[in-house]
Ligand binder design. Structure first.
Ligand SMILES: Nc1ncnc2c1ncn2[C@@H]1O[C@H](COP(=O)(O)OP(=O)(O)OP(=O)(O)O)[C@@H](O)[C@H]1O
Length: 274
């Protein structure tokens, strides 16, 4: 087997150009010259300054956005339309408020034609795995922010996707709940390793969770400017690992690359607002 055939997701020489939101005559190249490969079972985080193009890349990998040029491959095959091998988790979870937690988790299975009884049984199993046994009848408004995230996680994982695409899934949570969720995701990931593309602002989170961290430049024409293998032992506790000397060393190395881009990103945001 060639090295390429071990890739779950490949973004090859991607470029994304948009019509400017402010002036339809202007074009804005958000992403250019970007190649990103995620191997089967690998956990890769992408960090970069605000507004640089992280979500754009994730949407390209999901098949929700066609790149202006470049190719996306899923398990070696060119992607056409939506990436059916991928599950997504976004910053704001999209639970249906009129459905109970159980009904939210089972909806994807029902779309696939799984019987209601079977879908409900699988939903209960996944609710238990994310620590929500007994909460299946609750509606989203009856759950805390952390619990809603768990439901969203169960909703994604019940479909057993081979690739997980996560766009700042825990950024809205308080620090303690966030660390609990991060550890839970790592446990679930360790039990059945899927390819993960994890987008985050938070360098600590990226290092604590990942096998590899990719740093993006500030826009326009965002592209990878650094790639770091995270050689910290697993299993990891995301809070404890932060005190490890190797963590601190990696953090310093990556921040040296990221810092200037973050400053450029802020400067551009100020210009946009001005
Ligand atoms: N549909 C679109 N039309 C026009 N411009 C867009 C569109 N989508 C994204 N952009 C622009 O492309 C750039 C990258 O956006 P994107 O949301 O991918 O960044 P991000 O790194 O995920 O941001 P954040 O860190 O703030 O979540 C931004 O300047 C954004 O305004």
């Amino acid at each position: 087997m060639s090295a390429e055939s071990h890739c779950a997701l490949e973004l090859l020489d991607i470029r994304c150009t948009f019509r400017s939101k402010d002036d339809a005559g202007q074009r804005y190249t958000a992403v250019a010259d970007t190649t990103l490969r995620i191997r089967e079972g690998e956990f890769v985080s992408v960090v970069g300054p605000t507004g640089c193009g992280k979500s754009t890349l994730l949407n390209v990998g999901a098949g929700l956005l066609a790149p202006s040029s470049g190719t996306v491959k899923v398990f070696g095959e060119p992607l056409v339309g939506i990436n059916a091998r991928a599950g997504y988790m976004f910053q704001t979870e999209a639970l249906m408020p009129w459905r109970s937690a159980r009904d939210n988790v089972m909806v994807g299975l029902q779309y696939r034609g799984v019987s209601d009884a079977e879908a409900a049984a699988q939903a209960e199993q996944w609710l238990a795995r994310v620590g929500l046994s007994g909460f299946g009848d609750r509606y989203p408004h009856q759950l805390s922010g952390g619990m809603r995230k768990r439901v969203a996680l169960a909703q994604t994982l019940v479909l057993e996707p081979d690739i997980l695409l996560m766009d700042e899934p825990f950024s809205a949570l308080d620090v303690q709940t966030r660390q609990l969720m991060e550890n839970e995701v790592l446990d679930l990931w360790a039990s059945k390793k899927r390819a993960v593309l994890f987008i985050t602002h938070d360098l600590d989170e990226a290092i604590a969770m990942s096998d590899r961290v990719v740093v993006l430049s500030a826009g326009p024409a965002t592209h990878p400017i650094g790639e770091f293998t995270i050689d910290l032992a697993r299993p990891r506790d995301v809070a404890e690992v932060r005190t490890h000397p190797r963590f601190v060393e990696l953090h310093t190395q990556i921040w040296n690359v990221l810092r200037d881009e973050v400053l450029k990103g802020y400067a551009q945001q100020r210009l946009k607002v001005a």
